[in-house]
Design a protein around this ligand. Structure first.
Ligand SMILES: [Fe+2]
Ligand SMILES: [Fe+2]
Length: 302
């Protein structure tokens, strides 16, 4: 497996705010690193739900999007895809990697049968990305987006208890694929992974609708890793039962994580439980947080 180095993960947008940045119910990360062939790289993973506050943070953090190599979209929910066109344009027109379901129409039907549109916003679709010079690459297979950094592709769901969405009363989630409506299991959900020199394997998640354990297992399988060093991103543990959280924590222990920075759809309760469960590994995440794989942050929890 080819190694990358000097991995730096900047949270461009996240729910929590601790510094000069703005928060939003959305997620966006910038990954900077030296790839497996020695080239300096920048990758944007997800683009949040609120354009103005994302770009406000980008300015505050003095991030230059000009030399971004590519974008990766974790899944087709609005809180991960609302500024894809704008980020692609700022990067000068680059590849945007996503699963084939990401841009498909999504609907939420409430218990009265009333339907509302859901998923990627209308003005952030494939044609709009094309129009600013981007190239959308759709695949359900793992892809090496730059040397040493991979997507998981569609994640195998092998953990019997992990569910794509938290239960919400009487609601039905629908995806339209090839004109056919189906229950939406958010099969497009994918993560990024890489093996960092002298540190170990890192996994960056969007919402982890496939389940954080399924996601880590997929990376373990793809990279032939005994353990996973770092997990940074959403875990979709918000609204889960105490038992569900407990099973997740027990499952996570098996990967022997040295760094865990859950955020976004993890929710306050689960974040606090993960802090308690992994006090040595935990790093609080928030808009503007910078995590450098090889360095101990000044403060893990603020
Ligand atoms: Fe999501
Ligand atoms: Fe999300």
């Amino acid at each position: 497996m080819s190694l990358i180095k000097n991995l730096k993960i900047t949270t461009l947008a996240e729910n929590l705010v601790m510094t000069k940045c703005l928060g939003q119910w959305g997620l966006s990360f910038l990954l900077e690193f030296i790839d497996a062939e020695g080239d300096r790289r920048k990758v944007v993973f997800d683009t949040g739900i609120h354009k103005k506050s994302l770009f406000y943070n980008i300015k505050q953090l003095k991030v230059d999007l000009n030399d971004v190599d590519c974008l990766v979209i974790s899944h087709g929910h609005a809180d991960h895809t609302t500024a894809t066109v704008e980020v692609t344009e700022a990067a000068g027109g680059v590849k945007v990697y996503a699963h084939p379901h990401t841009f498909q129409p999504r609907i939420i039907e409430d218990k009265t049968g009333k339907r509302r549109r859901h998923g990627v916003p209308k003005d952030e679709g494939i044609n709009e990305i094309d129009r600013v010079g981007g190239e959308v690459v759709l695949t359900s297979e793992p892809v090496e987006i730059v040397p040493g950094v991979w997507t998981t592709g569609q994640i195998q769901r092998v953990m019997p208890f992990e569910r794509a969405v938290s239960p919400s009363e009487g609601e039905r989630r629908i995806i339209v694929v090839d004109g056919e409506e189906a229950d939406d299991q958010i099969l497009d959900d994918q993560a990024l992974w890489m093996d960092v020199e002298q540190v170990g394997p890192f996994v960056i998640t969007g919402c982890a609708h496939a389940g954080p354990l399924n996601t880590l297992r997929q990376v373990q399988r793809l990279g032939h890793f005994a353990n996973i060093y770092g997990l940074v991103g959403g875990t979709h543990l918000v609204g889960r039962s105490g038992n569900y959280l407990q099973q997740t924590i027990e499952g996570l222990r098996k990967f022997k994580l040295s760094l865990i920075s859950p955020c976004h759809c993890t929710g306050f309760k689960a974040t606090a439980r993960l802090w308690q469960a992994f006090p040595e590994a935990f790093i609080l995440n928030f808009s503007g947080r910078v995590i450098e794989a090889e360095k101990e942050p000044k403060k893990r929890v603020i």
